[in-house]
Design a protein around this ligand. Structure first.
Ligand code: MG
Length: 254
């Protein structure tokens, strides 16, 4: 039985800053069933506060505590392990980490930092890693495209450079890392096997969730491409709309 639901945000709830048809009603329907849910995103250029505000502005009836961004997961990891980070992040994320950590850095956090990927910052991070600091990251995306069509380096190449230089393995705390999905389930007090992840990205959302022991369903919106269902391994659902998937998953007996 599905007792809780995780949802990807972009391409599932909205596209091009507009709610997808039926998405607001789908969340209302989910809330009416009494099941907890969380909204997951890897975004590392917006704070969780900005993500919540954007969704509320579009009309999604959500509380702030349902949004779990990958940087928030990193913050929780740092607190759990009593670590103080050197941050290589976008300024929009500074508030997420400010005032919480004391002492000399004994961890390195790398998100998409844009022009803040300086030699000085990377070299300091390298030095911390060489003394045993863990390397924490949201994901290893190679590049991204901005609205003007230009391609830009994402965090992945920098994370790999640091990992290569210091001979360490990064700890990823964004989709598709199992730790991120498991952390989201923990915040709902549910075991992964009772939680359904719904997303539009086969690799990051669906295969990631299945690897973490969750159930998963691919929605045919956002970045879905015909044929994506052929990449699914294991048992995953698929549906034309978020509403139909949520309605189906929350029927009595499911
Ligand atoms: Mg998506």
């Amino acid at each position: 039985m599905i007792k809780g639901v995780l949802l990807d945000i972009s391409g599932v709830l909205y596209l091009d800053n507009q709610p997808l048809p039926g998405a607001i009603q789908a969340l209302e329907h989910l809330a009416q069933t009494g099941r907890p849910y969380r909204l997951l995103t890897n975004t590392s250029r917006n704070s969780s506060h900005q993500v919540v505000e954007k969704l509320q502005r579009m009309g999604f009836p959500i509380d702030a505590n349902v949004v779990l961004t990958a940087p928030l997961a990193i913050r929780a990891y740092l607190q759990k392990h009593d670590l103080t980070p050197q941050l290589i992040i976008h300024p929009a994320l500074a508030s997420e980490f400010s005032g919480r950590f004391k002492g000399r850095p004994n961890a390195v956090v790398v998100c998409d930092a844009g022009e803040h990927f300086t030699y000085d910052a990377l070299n300091k991070a390298f030095q911390h890693l060489m003394t045993g600091a863990p390397l924490l990251a949201v994901g290893d995306n190679r590049y991204f495209r901005t609205e003007d069509g230009a391609l830009h380096l994402d965090a992945g190449p920098f994370i790999r450079a640091l990992a290569y230089a210091a001979g360490v393995d990064p700890i990823y705390l964004g989709k598709p890392a199992p730790a991120f999905f498991q952390m989201a389930c923990e915040t709902m007090g549910l075991p992964p096997g009772e939680v359904l992840m719904i997303g539009d990205d086969v690799e990051a959302d669906i295969l990631g969730a299945l690897n973490a022991g969750l159930k998963a369903a691919l929605v045919k919106t956002g970045k879905y491409q015909p044929g994506d269902e052929n990449k699914l391994t294991g048992h995953a659902g698929i549906g034309d709309s978020l509403f139909s998937l949520i309605d189906n998953a929350t029927q009595v007996g499911k």
